[in-house]
Design a protein around this ligand. Structure first.
Ligand SMILES: Cc1cc2nc3c(=O)[nH]c(=O)nc-3n(C[C@H](O)[C@H](O)[C@H](O)COP(=O)(O)OP(=O)(O)OC[C@H]3O[C@@H](n4cnc5c(N)ncnc54)[C@H](O)[C@@H]3O)c2cc1C
Length: 458
């Protein structure tokens, strides 16, 4: 059981570490949060703030009935999660998605944690694995090289590296609105702001074909040997999609459906590039789904072929990045502890989940588990029927260790709902059954966790 002098150490104040610190501190555990920024930088983080969103400003779908990410939002809100509270406070209109002003979001998260009486912050890089105490490592996809080496020395497992790609950000005032227009797909959203959350650039067939040619011909950053091994379909660079087929983009991020161009209502676009607001001021827009590994010079040329973006100025061009993650099914137990050193937990993207939301959710559970352990209680993992539980089950055993790759939350990770197994009910009904069950089971888990009696100690 925790003595007053023994804190929980959390390394990394990103999505996972911030949420873990908040949860443990709220349960009454003293936390030391170790963060290497701003003293030690990563190539993607730009500030010294906690929970910095390094690429998109979206926490994706906020639909908690039909979408597994939206369900994770719901679970974190029900658990009093800090990441969701900060996100809700700085929400931007985004037609059904939870997009935020990234700076205000990160600032609120940082200030809230720094003000918590149970949390102290230590700005330092941790470059070794500790031999005693309670620790959560949530150092993310850009874990510092020294620490990555220390982890590898302990686990003997190879930390795999692969590339995601960053989508470019454009200055709004450089977009030609006589060609582009504002509209969410299918006019989705409750308010006018939601219904017009996206900026759309139309391509006719000739321009689309020329764009694909340019994309295929553009100079790309080279992959080093073995680096592409972990590619996963959710985040493919656009040029890789184009390589798979000339129409792949038109059926993917450039699909023209659910949109009408008010400048030419009778002329259905052949393809559409969508941009989403990136800051509260509305001065920046990111190109949705336009991750790329084209070289910078080539990017500007290729993207300026898009109608409306002829004179685009880019606040940030797309890029490629590395992702460090553990072979969790082999290395971690169901409590997200390193089997070889149970005093050490891992959380966030380094455990092989993918995305801001998934990482925060893993931080939430790891923080609660660590706190429970230190308070002398046993907290079972959340049921696999919940979104958080489905992810933990996957990474700590459900996934095949030999071919383990990072995973987004999705209904495919959930056990089937017995009543509808084999039935021919529609997809909406099936997803609704998953989310109804998940909510009830998550409430049960929270309730159980809150009422688990502390053991009698001498
Ligand atoms: C370039 C890039 C773009 C991405 N784009 C998206 C996106 O658009 N959408 C999305 O959902 N996900 C995206 N991801 C994935 C995203 O990083 C993660 O989903 C999420 O931020 C991971 O949360 P985390 O808490 O695990 O790690 P992070 O949020 O990265 O936090 C880890 C923290 O640990 C600190 N740290 C690292 N090593 C040490 C050390 N040795 N000592 C002390 N502190 C340390 C870091 O400074 C950082 O603050 C992207 C990742 C990268 C790298």
């Amino acid at each position: 059981m925790q003595g007053m002098s023994e804190p929980l150490h959390i390394v990394g104040a990103g999505m996972a570490g911030s949420e873990a610190a908040w949860q443990a501190a709220e349960l009454g555990v003293k936390v030391v949060l170790h963060e290497m920024r701003p003293a030690v930088a990563t190539f993607a983080h730009k500030s010294g703030d906690f929970a910095e969103m390094v690429c998109s400003n979206s926490f994706r779908s906020d639909d908690d009935e039909q979408n597994a990410v939206g369900l994770l939002h719901w679970e974190m809100r029900a658990a009093g999660g800090l990441i969701m509270t900060s996100a809700d406070a700085h929400r931007l209109p985004a037609g059904g998605a939870l997009a935020v002003d990234r700076e205000l979001f990160a600032r609120t998260t940082t200030e809230t944690l720094r003000a918590h009486p149970n949390i102290s912050v230590s700005y330092e890089e941790i470059d070794a694995l500790p031999s005693s105490g309670h620790w959560i490592f949530a150092t993310g996809p850009l874990t510092s090289p020294a620490l990555a080496e220390a982890i590898m020395a302990e686990t003997g497992a190879e930390a795999l590296a692969f590339f995601d790609a960053i989508a470019p950000i454009v200055h709004f005032d450089s977009i030609d609105m006589s060609r582009a227009w504002m509209q969410s797909r299918y006019d989705k959203g409750e308010t006018e702001a939601e219904r017009t959350a996206y900026l759309n650039c139309p391509l006719d067939r000739a321009i689309y074909e020329a764009f694909i040619d340019a994309l295929l011909a553009a100079e790309k950053a080279e992959f080093r040997e073995g680096e592409t091994a972990g590619y996963f379909d959710g985040c493919l660079p656009i040029e890789v999609m184009a390589e798979r087929g000339r129409d792949t983009l038109r059926f993917g991020p450039m699909k023209p459906i659910g949109l009408t161009n008010p400048h030419a209502p009778d002329n259905k676009p052949y393809a559409v590039v969508q941009l989403r607001r990136d800051n509260a001021l509305g001065t920046l827009y990111n190109m949705v789904g336009f991750q790329t590994k084209m070289k910078y010079g080539a990017q500007a040329d290729v993207f300026r072929m898009i109608p409306g973006l002829e004179n685009a100025r880019f606040a940030r061009l797309g890029g490629i990045h590395r992702n460090t993650f553990l072979n969790s099914p082999r290395l971690l137990d169901g409590q997200m502890r390193l089997r070889s050193r149970p005093g050490i937990r891992f959380a966030g993207q380094i455990t092989g989940v993918e995305g801001y939301v998934e990482s925060a959710a893993m931080g939430l559970v790891a923080g609660r588990m660590a706190a429970a352990e230190m308070l002398g209680r046993e907290l079972a993992p959340p049921p696999p029927t919940t979104a958080s539980g489905a992810l933990i089950t996957h990474i700590t055993g459900g996934a095949e260790a030999r071919s383990f790759q990072p995973m987004n939350v999705n209904f495919g990770l959930f056990p089937p709902v017995p009543e509808i197994r084999g039935g021919r009910r529609g997809r909406r009904e099936r997803y609704r059954a998953y989310t109804d069950r998940a909510k009830a089971d998550w409430q049960g888990w929270l309730h159980h966790a809150a009422h688990e009696p502390a053991p009698v100690t001498d």
